[in-house]
Design a protein around this ligand. Structure first.
Ligand SMILES: [Zn+2]
Length: 279
């Protein structure tokens, strides 16, 4: 059986636009509220609430999403059978990437997780900005009690400004327990990697792939699960800025409907149950 975990990274376009003045690159409360509201409404309607919102945390928005009106949305997502994760953009896009500075990352991750916990919100998942990750982050996620990482796009090899920021070459195409010695290999850490669905040259990444490519990728993953006689568990990637207008929301609806023909959307509780670790 093919299972998907639907995810939304809480980013906005201007964050990435280095041509804008600094004051325009911080999030706009009204816009973000509209995006996230649309996301929650659609998630409820299409996915029975089963999706993960990854809360953006970066030097430009350290506290922004840890306050109202957003805290209320995070509660709503969890109460609706969804999950909350943290999306650490420890970077200055196109200039600096700090994800290998483990002391810095540890501080940021634990701070975010603890702040959410104080608000009664358990953070269950992690995704690095730009899908950055390194093996040294595995013990940090364990310390933060995060069992799921979503930073893997199998085969991804991203070089920005001469620096390798994301290397997922050779990673498995379905959920695996990460190895302490290499995040791209199965091993015995407590952190499960849920890779973005990848097959037939396409990824289950709504912004980048059209319906045709997404359909082919999902169909191929479904066939693989059948021929291996083993469940395949992957993630589906969208961003908050995708929920900005009716046309784009319709596109998400159609793509989600297409994926449903080949597999089932589940939340993290159900993932643990499938893994035999459900409580
Ligand atoms: Zn991001």
């Amino acid at each position: 059986m093919l299972y998907y975990v639907f995810t939304v990274d809480g980013d906005w376009h201007q964050y990435f636009d280095v041509s804008l003045p600094e004051e325009e690159r911080i999030p706009n409360e009204e816009c973000m509220r509209e995006f996230i509201e649309a996301e929650v409404t659609l998630g409820q309607r299409l996915l029975a609430g089963k999706f993960i919102h990854f809360i953006h945390a970066s030097p430009r928005a350290r506290e922004f999403f840890l306050k109202e009106p957003f805290i209320e949305f995070w509660h709503k997502i969890i109460n609706n059978a969804g999950d909350i994760g943290i999306h650490c953009h420890e970077d200055d896009p196109s200039r600096n990437y700090y994800f290998r500075d483990i002391e810095r990352m540890r501080k940021v991750i634990l701070e975010q997780v603890n702040r959410l916990k104080e608000a009664g919100l358990p953070a269950s998942a992690y995704r690095g900005g730009y899908l950055t990750f390194c093996k040294e982050l595995i013990p940090v996620l364990e310390e933060a009690n995060i069992r799921f990482d979503f930073s893997c796009e199998p085969g991804r090899y991203l070089v920005l400004g001469g620096e390798v920021v994301s290397d997922w070459r050779g990673a498995p195409d379905s959920l695996y327990r990460m190895s302490y010695s290499d995040q791209r290999r199965p091993g015995n850490s407590s952190v499960f990697e849920v890779p973005i669905g990848a097959a037939q040259g396409g990824y289950l990444y709504f912004e980048k792939y059209n319906k045709d490519m997404l359909g082919k990728a999902a169909e191929s993953l479904e066939k693989k699960a059948r021929s291996r006689n083993k469940d395949i568990i992957v993630s589906v990637l969208t961003h908050s800025y995708d929920y900005d207008c009716k046309k784009n929301i319709k596109d998400i609806e159609e793509k989600t409907a297409l994926l449903k023909k080949h597999g089932r959307f589940i939340n993290l509780k159900e993932v643990l149950k499938i893994l035999g670790e459900g409580r």
